[in-house]
Write a protein of this length. Sequence first.
Length: 470
Amino acid sequence: MNELIKENDRFTHDYDLIQRVKQRIESIAQVADLAADESLNAEVVHENEQEAEEEAEEEAEEEQQKVSAFTRDDEQPNPWDIENLNKYPNRTTAGEEAFYSMCDFQVRSSQPKLSFPEYQLISDNFFRPRWIGMGDRKLKNATMLLEWLPPHYTSEQHEVGERFFVCISLAEAETLRRVLHTKQVTELSPYALRNVEDGALIDIAPKFKCEDKRNEEKTQTTLACMKFLNNSMFFKNEELTLLLKALANSRCEDRLTFFEDCLRLRRRERHLWGDTPLAKVFTDSSEWHLIKSKATLQQVTSAFYRAITKRASPVDPVEVFSRADDDNDGTLTYNQLQRLLESMNLGFSAADLVIVVRLADKDHRGKISWEDYVQTFRIPKEVLEKNDTDDMELDNQNARWQCSNCTYINFAYDQQCEICGYGWNGQIHVPNDKWMCDPSFGGCTYFNPKTQFYCDVCNKSKPDLIFVRF
């Protein structure tokens, strides 16, 4: 604009008019730039929304496939005698017991058992120990508790108020509530039904004594443990304190494995717990100051997993490690690992990746080994095994052998040398549809069709002609 004014200064004498024109043109240009930026931002947002929708659809399909793959055998409720409420529980998984200890609960044999309080039980109809080993089975949510005072605790010789809390199925809760409104309830040990979600009492027996202050902690502890069993991730400070106290004798690693094994058998929109209050349960108290950093690590690990398994062109974790290890020492420096993660376009800032890189260095040596790399980003074994299989096939395709006659390098699938025709065993290779005029009988080594009995060059007979009957 200034150049145009300069070129035509002989026509432009009104300075105020020139300034108004310049301001108008600048404002129009700003509006145009702003519209272009908004259009670009809208396009980027639209692409991000489309990617998010596609990921959500894929996750929904995976969840549907997972649910359809669950075993449904032996799911019918097993009836048990109501008189069992007048007996002290054995708390064992053996025999025909209706309830067993929460300490013995596991959804598969490799899942660690946690040290839940001894007064917490679980119904055989909620999850049967004999289901273990019969395939994955959808895990129900704990919704109802049976609060029960068995005869052993109702005697005057024991502390009043001690009780058992049993996680029961909805069908059992319906039946037990019906019994509460019959005359039979007077012949049974007192019990009550409690809602897990808010802890409210649904119904109680006439002789049932509500908890006093001495038993209130047990009730709240049980409710916190049921939330943990339900894979809830958001706890109040009081609930978290009670849960940590209840699981004090279990290692953090065992708590995490137990939680993830249960989560695997449920449909949940949220699978990352690193930025939730539950992270304290899976972290030693001496490392609570690292919880925020570990939450970032969990998010990066989740994005890393999607990059190597769910992208249209999955990233090869072995290939990117080898490419980043430019000094070929089998380890990665902080800068090398950071460049590796940046090259995968995971969508995290450089500051986040610096945090992850430092956490990956478990031995604080300034370098990350292959084992630490696999363990930190939780690379599935099947991905590594598939990579090994692909490498083996590639090695077979790229294998070579050297001809002993002319030293030419041939591919492994070549049966004879491309130059001299010798085989890999150092002898002349005869094609399957030919026979060679044998030089040991004065022949000329010419290859003749098997349909001919005499050599086209020297007229020598086929070596095995004496065995042919005409």
